[in-house]
Design a protein around this ligand. Structure first.
Ligand code: IMP
Ligand code: MG
Length: 182
């Protein structure tokens, strides 16, 4: 069973759900009367996006970007690659980047710099999890869900070697499960 690989739950699903609702309420208030485009950072952001957008009480557009920063291990390579770009133009639009987790901040910094070159009306960030202890670049985060300790976590969209994204709680894995299998 999937649950057998869990060492510890860091954030329970009910806590996540309640915080998602609060963030969505804030966003609905802040962007009322505006044309809002949610940009989901794949793949980790997809679980959060799907919960968040359904709690937002206004019309929104959604687009996706696939960004790779980690390879398949647990340490940042410091390199960021755009593997899939947006389908839509963001010129003159209010953009909200939807992220699973801000760790070093390198991925987000790169992404924000890129989006700003396309002349959007605004670019803000909404992340469900934040590991502030690991930050390497200073950056403003408009919407932060839950701060977590400096541990490698999986679940609620976050993966280890591509797996465990479908865990409902944010968890750490038992040490024996952090091994790459071919
Ligand atoms: P950053 O560039 O270091 O801020 O991290 C970028 C991305 O790496 C995050 O959005 C996650 O997708 C992934 N990441 C960072 N820390 C973890 C973790 O503890 N578990 C799983 N993925 C992580
Ligand atoms: Mg991510």
């Amino acid at each position: 069973m999937l649950e057998d690989s869990i060492e510890r739950v860091i954030v329970y699903r009910d806590t996540i759900k309640a915080r998602v609702k609060e963030l969505a309420d804030e966003i609905s208030m802040d962007y009322r009367d505006k044309d809002l485009l949610l940009i989901c950072v794949l793949k980790g952001g997809v679980v959060f996006l799907s919960d968040l957008m359904r709690e937002i009480d206004m019309t929104v557009d959604v687009d996706f970007m696939l960004v790779s920063s980690y390879g398949s291990g647990t340490k940042s390579s410091g390199k960021v690659k755009i593997l899939k770009d947006l389908d839509e133009s963001i010129e003159g639009r209010h953009v909200l980047i939807v992220e699973d987790l801000i760790d070093t901040g390198l991925t987000l910094k790169h992404l924000k710099d890129l989006l700003f070159t396309r002349d959007p009306a605004s670019v803000s960030v909404c992340t469900i999890f934040d590991k502030p202890a690991r930050r390497l670049v200073d950056m403003e985060l408009e919407y932060v869900g839950i701060e977590i300790p400096d541990e490698f976590v999986v679940g609620y969209g976050l993966d280890y070697a591509g797996k465990y994204r479908n865990l409902k709680d944010l968890c750490t894995l038992k040490p024996g499960f952090y091994t790459q299998k071919p």
